[in-house]
Each structure stands twice: as structure tokens, then as C-alpha cells.
Design a protein. Structure first.
Length: 566
């Protein structure tokens, strides 16, 4: 699919602290074309070059998911797991770990740097800038890759020019390292001038819309601002992305529900987080080894014939606890009347423990015994399936997760009531008028404006929590946090609410984004924001159901969160 372009990949300098600088430059590779050999002044060059960068992104795609989940609290390793996964889970990092290959990130970055340095952005045809759309796409790829790199390694060399010699590579790797805030601030400035540029169109690739391969600029800027602590700007970028008048993105209004409020024996699944409607941007993966990089996530998370049904990663006790802690709510109209009753699902007594609480966990995960395998069998007697894990694509941006990040930004910007509506009711003009006080509405202004002509409410409550926990708008156990007694000022109440709503948002991110690579980074972002390492250390040390004191002590030092850069 992608790798028919692989021999056009140019300017690859693999930069890695685990190897000597003489090995950083793949000078003997057929994939290398140096500056004097290749200029980017034709449309086909531009297309092939962008596809070549996507080819390199395929190599890090699985790793982004694994580093976000295996280091988090929602996934644990099995006895069948390889030693490198077990080491990641235990935060026992070393340079030889197969998932610690920093050169793969810098291969993406250096390809981007080469492209950006050599593309002719002034070239026009029929009054249209020929290469500006691809230029903007590549800038976004570079910024996204640096964000993943910083989340994995903490502080990293910030290299913005292509490296074509061993000397340049050595000097670049020896320069002072940039923090995640410095990286984010750099790329906020770098990307902002290119907002609003239309994406290129490479037509379909293997029945996939190539536009879905391109990172949405405003959503990425929202992420960068969120990590940089520029919350109002983050809310602005997310809001403007979601409310684009040409391609508005409404909240998901499908859900996973019980078939009946009286008989808890059937679940209706009307919501798929991997659907084309839900996934807004992804890295396409190959289907054959001959073509390039195939995702190994299905063989790690699921029982397959390739792994003899021995999966290596499984949902943790922490994941089960978060899901079971939710309260599933029904709102029903009484027969022959207009009054409504609010009912709640039981908390226990189900045939499967995953049915308690939020139903998203149950809908995504299944485990069942298969036959009678003796102790000498080469096959596992259990079959695990996590339906979120697909081989064709690695999701980068999803509708519901962007709304949750928007809620996180709004909350930290000082608008907790508006953020809470995203969780419980959905964010619509009618909801905001009824659920957010006039002071906050005035302060937030158009940051929370959703054109009612486009975002039609029609009484359809669809907060993100409703995707798996029923009619959340009627749930008396899911409310805006309020102090037990009146505080001195309105601001005191806002300050009281912000961390509590943030906790609710991070929990919702676990329910909605589990197994997709977000969790460790979400915990880390809040821990850094609050200056509280325990926010990350506590849940991860509890992932197996009991406190791992040794792991907790290790994680109380944030230096142990990151892979070694050497």
C-alpha cells in the first residue's frame, strides 16, 4: 500500500544515542538519497515524499500505543509476554529494549526536516500554491512525532534541520535537550501560520481515504497547548476544529446500552470507536510483510493463530475497577403518561464481571475458555479479544477523545461548568443556557458557542459518559462537584471544582480511550500540571489490584517515567 513509494524515501539519517555516530547514517542503504541527488520540485516528488514519511511513521505506530498503555494502569502483562514488554511494565528500562529505538522517531523527523528544507513553497500553478498543502502536512507530522518522542523520553534534542553528515549528527545529539514545554511552544509557533490550509488529496489508497492520513492542524495545536499549559488557547483550537463550518464534528450520540431496564441479560452495541465516523485521523498499516510494516498489536492483545492464542497483554484489575465503579442509569417514561422514572442497573450479580458499571469495557473485551487443553498443549486454552485492536490502522485522533481534551482545556481555563456539560449532557446551546451560570457563559464567550443551526440539540442528551453508562443526564450519582458549604467567593468555588472535574475527565478518558495508547500520557500530564507524582504513581502501582510498593517508590521519582536516551 504505502511502500510502493519506499525507494523514493530521501535523506534518512538515523540518529540514535545507542549507537556510534558512524552508524547513524545509513549511507549504504538504497533508501538514502542525498541533497545533491534529489530536489523536490515536481508534484510527484511531493506525493512520494509524504507517503515515504507515512511509511516511516508506520514503524513507530505500534510503539506509541504500547508506551502509552504498558506503562499505564489499564493493561498488565501475561506470563506469555516477551521480556521487553515485562520490562516496560515494570519501568525497568534499558537501551537494548526493542521498544527503545529512538532512531525510528528521528528517522521520521529527519525525513520531515529534509522535505521542509527542500520543497519549493513559492511554486504556483494557475494561481494556486502547488506544494503548500503537503508542506503543512509534513510540519504537522514533525510536530506530532516530537510530541510522542517527548512523552516517551522526557527531554530530547530538538533538531529542525536535516542532518546529512556524521559530524552534524554528533553535534545535534550533543546539544542541550528540550523539555516537553519547550517542544510544544516551538511547534505552536511553527504550525500556527499554516492553520486553515486545505489538506492535499491523494485519492484512495487501498480503499482508504488518504485525507484521513493527515493530522488535523487545529487538533494538534490543541494538544500542544494543553501540554504547554496554555489552556485557553488549547480550548480555542479544539473548539475551532470541532465547529468548522465546512466540516463540523458533532459529539457521538450512539451508545452501548442494556436492552431493558428490568432484565439485564442483553446488551445492544450501537457504538464502535474504530468506525470511520469516529476515527478522524490514523496511520494506515500494511496487510502483508512484503509491503512494509504490519501492526503487531493484534498478536499482543488478542488470541490469534500466529501466537497460538497466547496473548501477551490483558486488561488490568485497575481497568476493571474503573469500569465497575461507574453507575449505569436508565430514564424511562411511565406507561400512558409523561412522567419519567430514573432507574439504576445493579452493581453486581452478573454472569460476567465486565457487565457491572460502564458497558464500554464489556463491549471491547471478551475472554472465554476454549476446549480442554492439557498441560502439554502448544495452544492456550483461553481466547482473548479486544475489539478496539485492529490491524489496518492506528488511530491518532478520535471524535470523543478530542471532546474530552476540549473539556480538559476548558476546565483548566476556568470554565468547569462548561467542561462538565461535555461529560454529562453534551455541549449544545440549549444545554449551556440551562446548565452553566451567566458569569461563566460571559467569561467563556465564543469558546463555548456551538451554532444551534449546525449542532442541533433536539433534547438528545449525549454527554461522553452516556456512551457506556446510560442516560447520564438523569444520573443523580454523576453531578457537578459542589462544596459542602458555601465558600467565600465564586472563584473559590471554581478553584474547588477544577481538580475534581479534572479527575472525572481523566477517568472518562480511561473509559473511552482504554487500550489506544493514551493512558500513561494522560496521567503524566496531570501529575506534571499538579506537581504531584503520586497522581501517576498511585494508580499504576495498583494496576494488579494490590499496591506494588516497590513500583510506587520508583514512580515517585519522575526520572524513572522515561526511557533512557543513550
Amino acid at each position: 500500500m504505502i511502500t510502493k513509494f519506499k525507494y523514493i524515501i530521501f535523506g534518512i539519517c538515523a540518529i540514535c544515542g545507542t549507537m556510534s555516530c558512524s552508524k547513524m547514517l545509513e549511507t549504504e542503504s538504497d533508501l538514502v538519497e542525498f541533497e545533491e541527488d534529489h530536489t523536490l520540485d515536481h508534484a510527484t516528488d511531493s506525493v512520494y515524499s509524504v507517503m515515504g514519511i507515512i511509511n516511516k511513521m508506520q514503524i513507530i505506530a505500534d510503539r506509541v500505543v504500547l508506551l502509552g498503555e504498558v506503562r499505564g494502569d489499564l493493561v498488565q502483562t501475561t506470563d506469555a509476554a516477551n521480556t521487553d514488554l515485562k520490562a516496560l511494565s515494570a519501568f525497568d528500562f534499558n537501551a537494548k529494549n526493542r521498544y527503545n529505538q529512538i532512531s525510528d522517531y528521528y528517522a521520521v523527523i529527519n525525513n520531515c526536516n529534509y522535505y521542509l528544507a527542500h520543497i519549493d513553497t513559492a511554486m504556483e500553478r494557475r494561481g494556486r500554491n502547488l506544494f503548500l498543502p503537503e508542506y503543512a502536512v509534513v510540519k504537522a507530522y514533525r510536530a506530532w512525532t516530537y510530541l510522542q518522542l517527548a512523552q516517551a523520553y522526557g527531554e530530547v534534542p530538538l533538531i529542525l534541520n536535516p542532518l546529512m553528515t556524521e559530524k552534524a549528527a554528533r553535534e545535534a545529539m550533543n546539544q542541550p535537550r528540550a523539555s516537553i514545554q519547550e517542544i510544544c511552544n516551538t511547534f505552536i509557533d511553527d504550525l500556527t501560520p499554516y492553520v486553515g490550509i486545505n489538506l492535499p488529496d491523494f485519492s484512495n489508497v487501498n480503499n482508504m481515504n488518504s485525507k484521513d492520513f493527515f493530522i488535523p492542524m487545529r487538533a494538534l495545536l490543541g494538544d500542544l497547548c494543553l501540554w504547554a499549559g496554555r489552556y485557553k488557547e488549547a480550548a480555542r483550537w479544539y473548539h475551532d476544529y470541532l465547529t468548522d463550518k465546512y466540516e463540523p464534528i458533532a459529539m457521538s450520540n450512539q451508545s452501548i446500552t442494556w436492552a431493558s431496564s428490568t432484565q439485564f441479560v442483553g446488551v445492544r452495541n450501537g457504538y464502535s470507536p474504530t468506525s470511520n465516523r469516529e476515527v478522524l485521523c490514523y496511520i494506515p498499516m500494511e496487510s502483508r510483510v512484503f509491503d512494509g510494516t504490519i501492526s503487531q498489536l493484534p498478536n499482543l492483545f488478542n488470541s490469534t493463530s500466529e501466537n497460538n492464542y497466547f496473548f501477551e497483554l490483558t486488561p488490568s484489575a485497575g481497568m476493571a475497577r474503573i469500569s465497575a465503579d461507574q453507575v449505569y442509569c436508565f430514564e424511562e417514561t411511565r406507561t400512558g403518561g409523561t412522567d419519567k422514572d430514573t432507574l439504576y442497573a445493579p452493581r453486581s450479580g452478573f454472569t460476567q464481571a465486565e457487565l457491572a458499571g460502564d458497558l464500554r469495557y464489556y463491549s471491547n473485551y471478551s475472554l472465554h475458555a476454549f476446549g480442554q487443553q492439557n498441560e502439554y498443549s502448544e495452544y492456550n486454552s483461553y481466547r482473548q479479544t479486544i475489539s478496539k485492536i485492529v490491524s489496518s490502522k492506528i488511530s491518532l485522533y478520535r471524535r470523543s477523545m478530542i471532546y474530552l481534551r476540549y473539556a480538559e482545556a476548558l476546565n483548566r481555563a476556568g470554565y468547569p461548568q462548561s467542561a462538565f456539560t461535555i461529560l454529562k449532557y453534551g455541549i449544545y446551546d440549549e444545554v449551556l443556557k440551562n446548565r452553566v451560570d451567566t458569569v461563566e457563559l460571559k467569561q467563556a464567550g465564543d469558546l463555548v458557542y456551538f451554532d444551534p443551526e449546525i449542532f442541533d440539540f433536539e433534547g438528545n442528551y449525549s454527554g461522553v459518559h452516556s456512551l457506556g453508562s446510560g442516560d447520564t443526564h438523569a444520573n443523580a450519582y454523576y453531578e457537578l462537584p459542589q462544596p459542602t458549604e458555601q465558600l467565600a467567593t465564586r472563584q473559590d468555588t471554581v478553584d474547588y471544582q477544577i481538580p475534581l472535574i479534572e479527575d472525572m475527565i481523566i477517568t472518562e478518558m480511561a473509559l473511552e480511550g482504554s487500550f489506544e495508547g493514551y493512558r500513561f500520557n494522560d496521567l503524566m500530564r496531570v501529575a506534571l500540571r499538579r506537581g504531584n507524582n503520586a497522581y501517576l504513581a498511585d494508580p499504576i502501582s495498583l494496576r494488579n489490584g494490590t499496591v506494588n510498593a516497590e513500583l510506587r517508590e520508583k514512580l515517585m521519582n519522575k526520572e524513572n517515567w522515561y526511557l533512557p536516551l543513550r
